[in-house]
Design a protein around this ligand. Sequence first.
Ligand code: SF4
Length: 146
Amino acid sequence: MIFVSGCLWGKNCKYSGGNNLRENLKEKLKGEEIMLICPECLGELPTPRSPSEIEEGFDGENVICGMGKVFSRDGKDVTAEFLKGAEKVLELAKKHNPKAVYLKQGSPSCGFGLIYDGTFTGVKKAGNGITAQLLIDNGFHVIAEE
Ligand code: SF4
């Protein structure tokens, strides 16, 4: 079993209602048993939705520790929804024990290695999203889509 961010597989779960389809990833994982995950959907955020970023100066690790928050572009605190979605993905991972988890870079949930910097200006910085960090903390093998 391999977990993949749903938007990378063509699922229209992105904040805009679209996806981030990566045909090359589908090709690479051909024949594998795939489970699509979308932490933001599992956190019961609607699609489409306002885009969100972890507040400036913080990352997923900080949010898990209660030291940072996630805000939507229109200023709503969506930290609880992001944490709920991450916990649900972790529950699924503990149940299915995926040998790898391919995640979408940049996302405040799925970002692995790179996340947006909290300014909503398209600038990325080093760091992990909340779900990526929680999976790493629990020993799962996380891989960035690129
Ligand atoms: S939370 Fe992850 S799977 Fe869902 S749309 Fe964002 S990057 Fe894709």
